[in-house]
Ligand binder design. Sequence first.
Ligand code: PLP
Length: 417
Amino acid sequence: MIREAPARHLWRPYTQMRRAPPPLEAVATRGTRIVLADGRELVDGIASWWTAVHGYNHPHIAQAVTDQLARMPHVMFGGLTHQPAERLAARLAALLPGDLDHVFLSDSGSVAVEVALKMAAQMWINRGVSGRTRVLAFRGGYHGDTMGAMSVCDPEEGMHRRFGAYLPDQLFCDLPRSAAETTALDATLAAHRQTLAAVIVEPLVQGAGGMRMHPPEVLATVARLARHHGLPLIADEIFTGFGRTGSLFACEQAGVVPDILCLSKALTGGTMALAATVARGEVFEAFWSEDPAAALMHGPTFMANPLACAAANASLDLFETEPRLAQARVIALRLADGLESLRRVSGVADVRTLGAIGAVQFSRPPDLAVLKSRLLDRGVWVRPFGDIVYLTPALTIADGDLDRLTDAVVAVVTDLG
Ligand code: PLP
């Protein structure tokens, strides 16, 4: 039987509508907390899918969006431009490493990845090279929920595996964590380079695929091999961008300048839907032509939405005026310290941290409903998945609230272990 109103009309994400308990109703956010309709106030452990790096309701972002709302909430971007977008693009180009200078704005992480894949494919077409129809991606990766993005997610374990037959056929390798894996990647690239358009990677951490971290040298190896085989590297920094790993962008830690880089999530401090696909000069040049057909054929209706651009500019102001990266480094130490005791708990396979990310992996997938409800009982908002419970709090979280998060995870996991 279909559930009666009010839940009847909203089809929820990643949710078995028949069995899932009704969602909690949020009525407000306050700092790094979520206020529920029943009056409870939850400490947010995951910053709304890793977006709200400055916490919620930051007055500087709120003011910027309010001002922009009065001036010009939206205007189409085909044939028109505006200061919020121009300013944002210039600032991103200045902040990103190397000559990542050409900023294409869209409205979600998945679309930023789609645009990156199209940029790489059309770069080859525009250069007059045919047959470059596949992308090399890494097992364990996650890049979004749209068809192209799904095609580069982990094909075996990933959440989109059942769509395999509908997706472009891509090539997958293990991240090169060992000499043997480096040799295997090198050999695969050598064998398939004529059919490949690009290599795509999540720098330093594969997020929604399992919070799997890798050292900067692994990313450097991927970049070196992609370059050696003449392939553009797409870095998906949708999770890692804007301080999550302790540096503004994760690629910086490996000294890597990818050819195309994707941003979203924390781009607006988690307040508005906005994404950016940023290309180096060499990629952009392939589109620089007298031929109209060589133009990048993409243009989302809400691309460069002025409200979202104003929010993103205000968010970048906060990275300049408030000590976000220093806060990320303090969180890194506190998370590592706070979760440390779980290493000795039976039923825990691994505890790993990187920057402001802490993940606990169970030996066997736990009962997620029980895990979630016990964490809720302790007043914290966390969304475990598979065999992972993780924390990615706002970079502004107070020490006391961060301790509350780690204490709750330690207590609940120990209890279940
Ligand atoms: N790429 C990565 C690395 C992500 O973590 C995500 C979302 O979690 C995406 C892409 C997709 O972003 P969105 O959900 O905004 O489409």
